[in-house]
Design a protein around this ligand. Sequence first.
Ligand SMILES: [Zn+2]
Length: 299
Amino acid sequence: MKEKIFYSKEVKHYEGLGIREGASCIVRLTNYELQFCDIKKRPILKINLKDISNVAIISDKELIEKDKSVIGRGIVGNVLFGGAGLILGGLSGLQKKQIIQNIDYLVVNYKVNGEEKVVNVYANEGVIDNTFMKALNYAVDISKQELKCPKCGAVYNFNDYKCKNCGTVLKDTKKLKVFVGILVGVILFFVLIVGIALSVGGGNPREVNVISRVTNVDVDKAAEIKNILEDIGLAEFDDMVADSEILDGIEGEGSKGYRIRTDFSDNVILYLDSNNNVICVRFADEDYYRNGNVLKKFE
Ligand SMILES: [Zn+2]
C-alpha cells in the first residue's frame, strides 16, 4: 500500500533524534508510521505504529508536580519521559517555581528490539492539537490488534485496504480513512470559513466592516455612514460600540447612539435614526454633522 501522509507539523527537537536541541523538525503521521523528518522532509526516524508503546503531551508543570520518586525514573504515569523527566524531577521546591515555562512536550515511547526508547519534541502553542493526538492514538491502537479477514481468516495489516488472500475490503482501514477524512474535512471546513470571511470582509475598508458589524446594517449602508465620517475628518477610527442604555432615544424616538473610538477620544458619538440614516455626529457637545450638513471637521 502506498504511503499516505495524514498529518504533518513542524516542531522543535528536545531529545531522542540525535540532532541539536531546539532544531526544527517535522512530525508526520502516515498510514504506516510516525516519522520525524528534518525541515527538508528527509526522514530522521521512522517509527512503525506497531512499535509505539505510548504517546502523550505533557507540560513541564505536570512533570514538576509529579512525585519525585516517580520522576526519578523518568516515568510519568506510564509514559517514559527520558532526560527531561530526570532534570525537572530533580529540582528543589524553589527552583521548581521558577522554572515552569508552560512548555508542552510531545513524548513518544517506542520499542526497538525490545528496548524502550523515547523521542521528545516541544509541542507548544497548540502545534500538536487534540485531533492529531486522537488520530495517532487511534492508529497506534488498531495497529496493535491482531486483525483477521472476516471472510477467509487471513491475518492482515491495519493499513491494508484489501485482504491479500481473498480481496475483501477491510473495515478497519475504512474506519481509519473515515477518521482521517473527518480530520481533513474539519481542516477544509475552517479553510473555507476563513476564505469566506476574507472574501466577504476583504474588499471593504476595515471601518466599513466595523460599522456594518456594530450597527447591524448591510455593507452599502455601512459605506454610506463611513463616507459621512470621512467628510468630517474621521476617515480612520479604531472601533465603535453601541451604547443603547445611555444614548438610544436621545435624538428622537427610535434613534440609536454609538461611541466611536478614535486615536484622540473614545467618545465621538454617531446617532442613527430607525432607518439607520445618520442624524448627527457629535463630539464634546458640538455637532460635526447634522441632517446632511458638515458643520465642523476633525483636524
Ligand atoms: Zn480474506
